[in-house]
Ligand binder design. Structure first.
Ligand code: SGN
Ligand code: CA
Length: 527
């Protein structure tokens, strides 16, 4: 008898759950409960090499335990790429699921056409409550979000200004990565609990000028930072445009702005060029913040200046010193990003949200951490072309998965819609990653299209290309040059084999694939 009553109760409970799962939102007529929440934690210029879940030489030196937690409980997409390695265009592609030439945001400084379809609008119309907090960088105001609170333009690391959706600007004392997370968690507290949520929490870090939180200034003082094998690239055997770049640690890394050796610290010592930009982040700090900054950099800068003035540092020694200074600061900013990822995960745990919330960690593109002698991104070379994509989806993604497929940021919008049980419009160019997340054996793309349209910042020319699992073909219209890389034999992309007789067939195949993709994606002619 007791057993029967108990089983009837269970049946009733199941029936109740089924009814509520199927309950329709009165406004949209769309099923509402049981749909997963989506938290998209996004950073700016975060190279996969500096995420320990991706492995590599920095993993031991600078672990990212919280991003790794997402990876361990979910998946690392190991072959994830952007469509155009620059900030605004990557963000526009994520929102639209379309390549830059279709969504119209081809270069930084463009104005995002907010009238067009976006995944945020579709999720909002489909019954989600939506918010974006932090770096936006699309000029026009966010549309499709119930709530937004964004950094103007690039934003600042220290005591950042935020623009609220009511148009008001507010300067918040603190460190941007912490403040952005504070605001994201505050929104979660006050969100509409009748709806699943879509939250974009978007950090400025680790973008230039690589300014760490004060608590992390010393974090990498005692570790040996490994050097990339091509820190001293001579740019031979590839497009001649490489040698014209303006993003070298050697020739372009600014002494005050990037390397943090201020003019007023140098006494009579003259450092070589460049020294153009001053110290805008330092200038924003409060007196107390400056004191902590100076306590760290002051003695280290004096030691360096002394050594420099002694004349005993070779040219390479100086480049190596700048490289290490760069990496300590860059990794310092990553450390705060990782800690703040941990805060979001803890919030989800503490509020019983972890099970039904998908968490994604991602960044708008990669970054050069000394490879080819560079900082910055833009080039279709691996370090800047690769985009981290780490995801946890309890009950759907097998913990510790490492999907190998070639994915791209055009795929995110259809993925979010698929997660939410919503249709993707035909005009979207990407594909849902959900089948890959479920480990289904489906017919997947074998190549990716890349297009970079900027007009010369850091002296990187426009270029276009195709990447398969093993090869990469790049076309530079201005100089009419083609480069071809065999990524298996030459992972650091040091020698183009485009004109090597052994690659004749490969070259022809890649050229055909490049043209097929351009046609398929409706790409405009080169100019
Ligand atoms: C700024 C940086 C550049 C960087 C671009 C694009 N200079 O202009 O070094 O390449 O942003 O970055 S800075 O003096 O402002 O730091 S992006 O992430 O916005 O695309
Ligand atoms: Ca960026």
């Amino acid at each position: 008898m007791v057993v029967r009553i108990f089983s009837i109760l269970i049946m009733l409970a199941m029936f109740d759950a089924a009814v509520s799962a199927a309950a329709k939102d009165t406004n949209t007529g769309i099923k509402k409960t049981s749909r997963p929440n989506i938290v998209f934690i996004f950073s700016d210029d975060h190279a996969v090499k500096s995420i320990s879940a991706y492995g590599g030489p920095l993993a031991k030196v600078a672990p990212t335990p919280n991003i790794d937690r997402i990876a361990n409980e979910g998946a690392v997409f190991v072959n994830s790429f952007c469509a155009n390695s620059i900030c605004g265009p990557s963000r526009a592609t994520i929102l639209t699921g379309k390549h830059s030439h279709i969504n119209g945001f081809m270069r930084n400084g463009n104005n995002f056409d907010a009238k067009q379809w976006t995944v945020a609008k579709a999720l909002q119309a489909g019954g989600y409550t939506t918010a974006v907090i932090g770096k936006w960088h699309l000029k026009s105001n966010p549309v499709g979000f119930d709530y937004w609170d964004i950094l103007p333009g690039q934003g600042s690391y220290y005591n950042p200004v935020f623009i609220h959706m009511n148009g008001k600007r507010e300067r918040v004392e603190g460190y941007a990565t912490d403040v952005t997370t504070d605001k994201a968690l505050a929104w979660l507290d006050k969100r509409d609990r009748n709806k699943p949520f879509f939250l974009m929490c978007q950090h400025k870090a680790p973008h230039r000028t690589f300014a760490p939180a004060l608590r992390h200034l010393d974090a990498f003082d005692d570790v040996e930072i490994p050097e990339p094998p091509n820190l001293f690239d001579n740019y031979a055997n590839r497009s001649r445009t490489l040698a014209r770049n303006e993003m070298e640690i050697d020739r372009h890394f600014d002494w005050a702005y990037d390397a943090k050796v201020r003019k007023d610290e140098r006494g009579d010592i003259k450092l070589p060029k460049p020294d153009r930009y001053g110290t805008p982040e330092y200038n924003r700090m409060t007196a107390a913040q400056k004191k902590r900054w100076d306590a760290h950099f002051g003695p280290r800068n004096q030691a360096f200046l002394k050594q420099y003035a002694s004349g005993k540092m070779s040219h390479k020694d100086i480049v190596r010193w700048k490289y290490r200074r760069y990496m300590r600061n860059y990794l310092g900013t990553v450390k705060a990003v990782d800690e703040n990822v941990g805060r979001v995960l803890k919030y989800l745990d503490d509020h019983d949200l972890s099970k039904n919330t998908i968490v994604i960690y991602c960044s708008d593109q990669g970054f050069f951490l000394g490879e080819h002698g560079w900082y910055d991104k833009r080039w279709m070379f691996e370090e800047s072309f690769r985009m981290p994509f780490v995801i946890r989806w309890p009950g759907v993604i097998q913990p510790k998965s490492r999907p190998q497929e070639l994915i791209q940021n055009i795929d995110y919008a259809p993925t979010f819609l698929d997660m939410a049980g919503l249709e993707t419009p035909k005009a979207v160019q990407g594909r849902s990653l959900v089948p890959l997340m479920k480990g289904q054996n489906i017919n997947w793309r074998k190549s990716l299209y890349y297009a970079y349209y900027e007009l010369g910042e850091h002296a990187v020319p426009q270029h276009f290309g195709v990447r398969t699992m093993q090869h990469k073909l790049i076309y530079f219209p201005k100089t009419k040059e083609w480069n071809l890389f065999d990524l298996e034999k030459d992972p650091h992309e040091m020698t183009s084999v485009h004109d090597a007789p052994a690659y004749r067939e490969t070259r022809a195949k890649l050229e055909a694939e490049f043209n097929r993709l351009r046609k398929n994606y409706d790409a405009p002619p080169f100019r």
